[in-house]
Design a protein around this ligand. Structure first.
Ligand SMILES: [Zn+2]
Ligand SMILES: [Zn+2]
Length: 216
């Protein structure tokens, strides 16, 4: 195992295994947890089941059509809604839903129309910092496209709202995280849901594997 992989494993084990984003510095470890060292183990004992389900090709676009993209995803179920202030501000409504994808498979048309927002954490306080993660959006129509962090270049997190096809699976149960940071008027989604003040116990990858929805 390379030094880099060992370091990542250590962070994965000791770091917070959580969702895709956060208002604080935990954000980076959450992103890391999405695709960890277990990634190679899918070719082991579970291979019969997992090989039969290939990664899904997601196709997306911004609203005005200036940006179109596609990528392969092993974690394509839009089950996790984050209602932190970043996700509510950039999402324009009650939060954002991010999927997981393999960044090396990303193909983009209209790259010149993309702009990037690096979230300001703790704005107007002495602790103010800039997140390493980058939210990519269309600079013509403001549609959010995906989240990327150069510290973990193999990962990418398209916004479910940007995906046009295939039609995304309806999750039986939603996970809603960071409800402690939402104002009271923001209502939670209808139907079955697990609600967390901060984060749920599973990363995107773990959740998909637990529900036999991981596409390897
Ligand atoms: Zn656009
Ligand atoms: Zn969020």
């Amino acid at each position: 195992m390379s030094v880099e992989l060992q370091l990542r494993s250590i962070v994965l084990i000791t770091g917070r295994v959580g969702p895709h984003c956060a208002e604080d510095i935990q954000q980076t470890s959450c992103i890391l947890s999405l695709f960890g060292p277990q990634r190679t183990s899918v070719f082991g004992a579970e291979s019969d089941r997992l090989i039969s389900s290939m990664p899904v090709e997601l196709k997306g676009s911004c609203h005005c059509g200036a940006v179109k993209f596609s990528l392969l995803s092993s974690t394509p179920v839009p089950y996790q809604l984050c209602v932190c202030s970043i996700c509510r501000k950039v999402g324009g409504v009650g939060g954002s839903i991010n999927l997981g994808g393999h960044s090396e498979t990303l193909k983009v048309e209209g790259k010149e129309n993309i702009s990037v927002y690096k979230a300001v954490m703790g704005r107007d306080t002495p602790q103010q910092t800039i997140a390493s993660s980058e939210r990519n959006f269309c600079k013509k129509c403001s549609s959010m496209l995906w989240l990327y962090d150069e510290q973990w270049p193999e990962l990418i997190h398209p916004f479910a709202s940007a995906i046009d096809s295939p039609e995304l699976e309806v999750p039986e149960t939603m996970t809603v995280c960071l409800v402690s940071s939402k104002p009271a008027y923001v209502r939670l989604p209808e139907g079955d849901k697990k609600v967390y003040k901060k984060y749920g116990p599973y990363s995107l990858e773990e959740w998909h594997k637990k529900h036999n929805l991981y596409k390897a």
